[in-house]
Design a protein around this ligand. Sequence first.
Ligand code: PLP
Length: 376
Amino acid sequence: MTDELLMIPGPTNVPAAVLEALSRPSMFHRGEQFARCLQACTAGLKQVFQTRNEVLILTASGTGGVEAAIVNCLSPGDRVVAIRSGKFGERMAEIADRYGADVTTIDIEPGKAADPDQVREVVADVQPRALLFVQNETSTGVCQDVEQIAAAGRQYGALSIVDAVSGMGGIPVKTDAWGLDVVVAGSQKAFMLPPGLAFVAASDAAWQAAEEARMPRYYFDLPAARTALDKGQTPYTPNVNMFAALQAALDLMLAEGMENVYARHAMLGRACRAGIAALGLELLADPHYASDVVTAVKSPQQLDSTRLVAAVRARHNILISGGQGELKGRIFRIGHLGSCQLDDLVVTLQAVATELNELGYCCDPQEATAAAYAAA
Ligand code: PLP
């Protein structure tokens, strides 16, 4: 097996210290060692989430965390407003609908972010129990204004349920200061871990809602998870090896310093956008809301981006992503999150430029490199 450089928006490259932690013998999940690890992981996550509340760790992918957030706050028939910013905004609406919520959607054009004033108008009209939205819409490379959107909902008493699966840990989310009610993150993104853990922070209002919520839940019962956490456990057998790895990853993040981690991601976002512009390519995202963890680029000259993605992988061992849903073939996406460094990004830009030339789009790889270094 050849090692590939993962420049997709997750899973991301796993650092050696995290791989080492993963390879340790499994811990007994009802023992002291696991309890200490769980305590350390929760303490670290609270720093990353910027919250005083507990952050629950679920053995599930990010979608499981989002589902947990929804079913623990809502009852069938509850009105919710869901912002469909792209594939992951759509998924939030689908989950709520599947469990019987009365869903009103706000549809956002691909590449745009929700306008908090528009959100306020819809929320004022619908008076929903909750407002569901994505922080970093991975499918379009857009980072939304979480603080203002949540504030628009709160003005009319709506709980904010935020999918921060791909942005948390790379782009600051001030859970408490911004008054967010439920915030969900996933392990395989900025946390530099394999997929398989979801992290869920909940406010006092969300815990109150969980007492009243009647959507069915069993595995994803958050009050049960909180009760178990008080005993240093999880309700069911967790992926113990991933918890050891999470502790190692959090150690790395906190040793770098969260402000430095955010600054590195901001630098990577700038460098990527500059490199792309130097190749004469256009971003999908409104530049004002362009994400610092994933850059979505319009494919030039009707070129099918799946061909570019395949060529970059085949000839350079670098994975980038294509588009999802209606954007399939029309965009490509470069993920620059987690352990990503400037050099990883530069080799990726060079590989993209080289293969664009092979596919008939004329551009200069060296210009992309120079622009990326200059913007960094
Ligand atoms: N939400 C966002 C913003 C994502 O980027 C993803 C995955 O890419 C998910 C949710 C779903 O996460 P998972 O695939 O881990 O279930």
